[in-house]
Design a protein around this ligand. Structure first.
Ligand code: DUC
Ligand code: ZN
Ligand code: ZN
Length: 458
């Protein structure tokens, strides 16, 4: 027996058309008219969009940071994701000092196994690069299905790597089909600014943003693109936040450099006015920080003209009470990060598609198709086509709701989007053919997500 979704409008990165979808087992089997077999179950989705399940390629679930751990683990994080229409996440497995990549990856598998409501893959964030680690990149890609790594240009004395390591990582990555993702902020500039503010007694969250100016991002983006070019490698820039950094990416792409760039809902929708001297503003402490509002129009345009490839969330949640307050006396001690995996599609639809800033095709492209393509999951994920996994979101364009911490599935005590009115919601969600969300509610209490080994990049 198959399932027929009847009467919806299918949207992919390039198409927009009315047709029925037939799913059987885990796959989309047919698209068109008159495709139902006699025993099929028919679901009427008249008036809804049928979208490929969202792919969020930037999450941090169950991540230890300092002496705490992110509020969401794989269970609560992926419940939030699937309710919001995201059916695949690629989480940053993280290597800590002294660990091999294999040890780090096994630790992440242990955290995730049996808990996922979405399908999932892993990147590997590397905090301890050396010759032995470099040799493990081949294993990571060929045997473990992890075809992307991440390095940090910020967090001096903790995660920050120098240009020598960046060059070596790009070279290794190219050799083994591994995409290098980079957090682009100049950590030395930030280190000095943080120390200056603290020594002057300027310790409230307000100084978090002053200590991480746009020039630190612009410089790092410029430098990383140059290093990748010298190593004849591709580069993926995570969480790009400002117009100046966007201009650097635009010029590099125009020159033919293989540069991918990701932004996040928080940079499209929130701005630096959230930082003040109150404890409340710890809720918005992220890196890079929220920017001046005028950056947002440029980022939206960057999405619509496809200079920006991906919208991911960088979901990295810490409770307001009991975690963010570690930085009450010192902004540099506030754990960096915000939640959002549950809200990505509705935020982008409400503030991007509805006012006409991006098209429906771009919406699908940046939330599903491009992330799947860039990270080796396409065409299994990221589109609706015969043979693809039946990860389908039935998107109700007329459903309005308000984002509230008290009703969210994410297990964190606040949301940076509190009170925002949303237009558009995932009514039903199918994960590999199985209905897991019914009328906006999780309808299967069991986690059915599976690990996705990914293909290497070309
Ligand atoms: N960068 C990330 O990508 N995630 C959390 C914190 C950070 O700085
Ligand atoms: Zn980062
Ligand atoms: Zn991140």
């Amino acid at each position: 027996m198959g399932v027929i979704l009847r009467g919806g409008i299918i949207v992919t990165a390039v198409d927009y058309y009315k047709a029925d979808i037939r799913m059987e087992g885990e796959k989309v089997i047919a698209i068109g008219e008159g495709i139902a077999l006699p025993e099929d179950h028919i679901l009427d989705v008249e008036g809804c969009f049928l979208l490929p399940g969202g792919v969020d390629v930037h999450t941090h679930f169950d991540l230890p940071v300092g002496n705490t751990v992110t509020a969401d683990d794989f269970s609560s994080g992926t419940q939030g994701a699937i309710i919001g229409g995201t059916t695949t996440v690629v989480d940053y497995a993280t290597q800590f000092k002294g660990q091999t990549l294999k040890e780090a990856l096994m630790a992440w598998h242990a955290k995730a196994r049996g808990k996922n409501y979405t399908d999932y893959g892993f990147h590997m964030a590397i905090s301890d690069w050396n010759d032995d680690i470099a040799e493990e990149i081949c294993w990571l890609s060929k045997s473990a299905g992890v075809t992307s790594i991440k390095l940090y240009m910020a967090y001096k004395n903790v995660l920050q790597v120098n240009d020598d390591i960046l060059f070596k990582a790009f070279t290794k990555g190219k050799q083994h089909g591994v995409l290098v993702c980079v957090h682009c902020e100049n950590g030395d500039m930030i280190y000095n600014l943080v120390n200056q503010y603290r020594s002057q007694g300027n310790v409230t969250p307000y100084y978090h943003s002053l200590s991480r100016p746009i020039i630190a991002e612009e410089e790092a983006v410029t430098r990383v693109i140059a290093i990748a070019q010298a190593a004849q490698s591709q580069v993926y820039i995570v969480h790009l936040s400002s117009n100046l950094a966007l201009q650097v990416v635009m010029k590099a792409k125009a020159k033919g450099n293989k540069v991918y760039a990701e932004t996040c809902p928080q940079y499209l929708l929130l701005d630096e006015s959230y930082y003040n001297h109150s404890f409340e503003s710890t809720k918005y402490v992220i890196s890079p920080p929220l920017r001046q509002k005028e950056n947002q129009d440029f980022l939206w345009r960057g999405l619509s003209n496809r200079i920006l490839d991906v919208v991911a969330t960088d979901h990295c949640s810490f409770n307001f009470n009991g975690q963010k307050d570690a930085g009450l006396q010192d902004f540099s001690m506030i754990p960096n990060g915000i939640p959002g995996v549950e809200n990505r599609l509705s935020l982008l639809y409400t503030y991007g598609v509805v006012p006409g800033k991006i098209s429906m095709n771009t919406f699908v492209n940046v939330t599903a198709t491009q992330p799947a393509k860039i990270f080796g999951l396409f065409p299994r994920k990221g589109t609706i086509a015969p043979g693809s996994d039946a990860d389908i979101v039935v998107w109700d364009t007329n459903h309005t709701f308000v984002i509230r911490a008290e009703t969210q599935y994410q297990r964190v005590d606040y949301t940076p989007y509190e009170g925002l009115q949303q237009k558009g919601k995932a009514r039903h969600v199918f994960l590999r053919g199985r209905q897991v969300v019914h009328h906006g509610k999780l309808c299967d209490v069991n986690p059915h997500g599976i690990y996705l080994p990914r293909q290497g990049i070309r």
